[in-house]
Structures are given as C-alpha cells and as structure tokens.
Design a protein around this ligand. Structure first.
Ligand SMILES: [Zn+2]
Length: 158
C-alpha cells in the first residue's frame, strides 16, 4: 500500500509542478510566435530573391550577386535568431538537443539516448535560477522510474 501512497504523492507533486509551469507555457507561446514571425520574414525574403532573379534573367541580365547576397545575409541572421529561440524553447521545457544527431534530450542528460554521443556541460544555458523547481522536476521524472521498477519487480517475483 505504501507504494501507491507514494505514487499518489508523486502524482500530486507533478500536478503542482504543472500548475507552476503555466507561466512557462505563455513564455513558450511568445517564443513560438517570434519563431513563426521570423519564418514568415525568411520566406518573404526568399520570394524577393526569387523575383529579382526571375526579372533579371527574363530581361537577359546577369543576376547581381551583391543584391542577392545582402538578402542572403538577412536570411542567415534571421535563421540564427530562430535557432537561438528554438534553443530557448528547449531550455524552457528542460530539454536540449543532442550535439550530434539533434535528438531531444533531458537537459541533464550526459549521453544521447539515440546515438550515445557524450553531451557537453550545459552551464551556459540559463535555467537553474530556481533550485526548488529543479528538485520537483527530478521527482516528476521519478514517477517513470517507479513504474519501471514495478514492472521489473513483478517479473522477478513471478
Ligand atoms: Zn544523438
């Protein structure tokens, strides 16, 4: 019975943590909006480049590289901004991407669960300003562990 009480307690703690995540979720929406806006702008620039190239080719001119490369730089800087925002989004969800294959991993993961690549320390990621929250997350993760242990012990006992 103690096991179930423990599980119930963990679940309510998880619920509490979820409630506290509400502000994170609105932050998440803000970041996603920013990413969407940037993506739209990138496609607008792609279209501008396409139109320029089309017109110049149509008129039998050489495509002027200077004009196009300026637009390309704009796209690159927007893409940089987008990947920065994507990283922020993952940090918000206490996640990170594998440096090798891009698999989404827990922020504390030392190795990739997919390709096994050792992950660099994530000290530069600003996330641990609230140590209490970190503790709760660790307990939430434990729920899965408990369930796995339950399965394991059942198999052993039978
Ligand atoms: Zn990987």
């Amino acid at each position: 019975m103690e096991f179930f009480n423990k599980l119930g307690k963990k679940a309510s703690e998880a619920y509490q943590a979820t409630k506290e995540k509400a502000s994170d979720i609105s932050e998440e929406i803000k970041i996603k909006n920013k990413i969407n806006n940037l993506e739209e702008k990138v496609y607008e620039i792609y279209a501008e480049i396409g139109e320029k190239v089309y017109n110049e080719i149509k008129d039998g001119k050489d495509v002027s590289k200077e004009e196009i490369s300026g637009k390309c730089e704009e796209i690159s800087s927007k893409k940089d901004e987008m990947s920065r925002l994507h990283a922020q989004l993952l940090t918000l969800k206490k996640m990170k991407k594998c440096v090798n294959c891009g698999e989404k991993l827990d922020i504390d993961a030392e190795f990739c669960s997919k390709c096994g690549t050792k992950q660099p320390k994530t000290e530069n990621v600003e996330v641990q300003e609230n140590p209490e929250e970190g503790t709760k997350d660790a307990e939430v993760i434990e729920i899965n562990d408990v369930e796995e242990n339950k399965k394991d012990s059942n198999e052993e006992n039978k």
